[in-house]
Design a protein around this ligand. Structure first.
Ligand SMILES: Cc1cc2nc3c(=O)[nH]c(=O)nc-3n(C[C@H](O)[C@H](O)[C@H](O)COP(=O)(O)O)c2cc1C
Length: 207
């Protein structure tokens, strides 16, 4: 095992408030594009944290689009889905090691429209449609039972699968984002955006 006590100095870039766009979602798009150009695997992978009765739970999902928020798709009956039904507050974070960058997002989750979910589900490959429609995500199950569910669905829908009502998109609508750039000697740059009075305001935080 590699030693856990690594001591890497971060020297890739720097961050100034006036370098960052006024709209943090546009800034996030720029960083996502740069992460993609840098050849990072799944640059749109983000860790989403939900909370039920004070107990947080986090997992990776793939960001599938951005408009007024960050959109991802999942099973509404999963743990994250049922957490969200009682507490809409959630957070997400990205870590792109090659760029020495982190982004943190906080806000509330809302369901995307069923039209959007239909369109996204229809655009997925058949095998992905089968898996997401058949799998009772986050429930206990034996592997043969799971495979049987997929086989049954394949028999019923040999070409395309209709989107189940319990599968669709969430949009994390943020009111707080942080852009973090690693710097030398642990004096990292952190610029946060807060949504107040209908406007985004930026400020620097101590590392
Ligand atoms: C790289 C990666 C991408 C993933 N993308 C998704 C996704 O877009 N949607 C999803 O529901 N689960 C996705 N997962 C699986 C989740 O991490 C998680 O196992 C699943 O959603 C169940 O989480 P829950 O029980 O907390 O609801 C992904 C996992 C990884 C490692």
């Amino acid at each position: 095992m590699q030693p856990l006590e690594t001591r890497k100095d971060y020297t890739y870039g720097t961050l100034e408030q006036n370098q960052l766009l006024e709209n943090p979602l546009e800034q996030l798009s720029v960083w996502l594009e740069q992460a993609s150009q840098a050849g990072i695997l799944e640059p749109n992978g983000m860790t989403v944290c939900t909370v039920r009765q004070g107990r947080p739970s986090s997992r990776v999902v793939l960001l599938r689009g951005m408009d007024t928020g960050l959109v991802f798709y999942t099973n509404y009956l999963s743990r994250k889905g049922t957490d969200t039904a009682t507490n809409a507050f959630a957070s997400a974070s990205f870590w792109w090691a090659a760029l020495e960058r982190q982004v943190r997002v906080e806000g509330q989750l809302e369901k995307v429209s069923s039209t959007e979910s239909d369109a996204y589900f229809a655009s997925r490959p058949y095998e992905s449609q089968l898996a997401s429609a058949a799998s009772p995500q986050s429930q206990a199950i034996e592997r043969p039972a799971l495979e049987q569910l997929v086989m049954d669905l394949r028999t019923n829908y040999p070409e395309r699968v209709p989107r189940p009502e319990h599968w669709g998109g969430y949009r994390l609508v943020p009111d707080y984002l942080e852009f973090w750039q690693g710097r030398k000697a642990r004096l990292h740059d952190r610029i946060v955006y807060k949504f107040k009075g209908g406007k985004w305001k930026k400020e620097r935080l101590a590392p």
